[in-house]
Design a protein around this ligand. Structure first.
Ligand SMILES: [Mg+2]
Length: 126
């Protein structure tokens, strides 16, 4: 058995239910999962320990997903974490803005295990 380091994922969403569902899926995919309830909490979590990938909600109180993304990319962290932006069907118009601000991929909510796994594969962390 070789040495295998678990990949880490920070789930950023103001919905506790969505964080719980995402955590369950991600742990099933062998990720070490941490959670943040808004962009500011997420920035603090990234300063403490930069995850390999961030699953990022758009609408959140205190600091939105977009403001978090801009702050994260301005900080220019190395290694650069991958960002998968989560949106709903109503939020399709936000995808271009999120990609322009430095998101690597997007996933539609609600997502299932297969969809999330394929997106993580696309960004190269699974
Ligand atoms: Mg939200």
């Amino acid at each position: 058995m070789g040495l295998q380091v678990m990949k880490s994922c920070l789930v950023v969403d103001d919905s506790k239910v969505i964080r719980k569902v995402a955590r369950h899926i991600l742990e099933g995919l062998d990720f070490a999962v941490s959670e943040a309830g808004d962009g500011r909490e997420a920035l603090e979590a990234c300063r403490a320990s930069m995850p390999d990938v961030i699953l990022l909600d758009w609408n959140m109180p205190v600091m939105s997903g977009m403001d978090f993304l801009r702050a994260l990319r301005d900080a220019n962290a190395a290694p650069r974490p991958k960002v998968v932006f989560c949106t709903t069907e109503n939020g399709m118009a936000h995808i271009r803005a999120a990609i322009d601000a430095g998101a690597d991929e997007y996933v539609m909510k609600p997502f299932d295990r297969e969809t999330l796994a394929s997106k993580l594969q696309i960004v190269g962390v699974a």
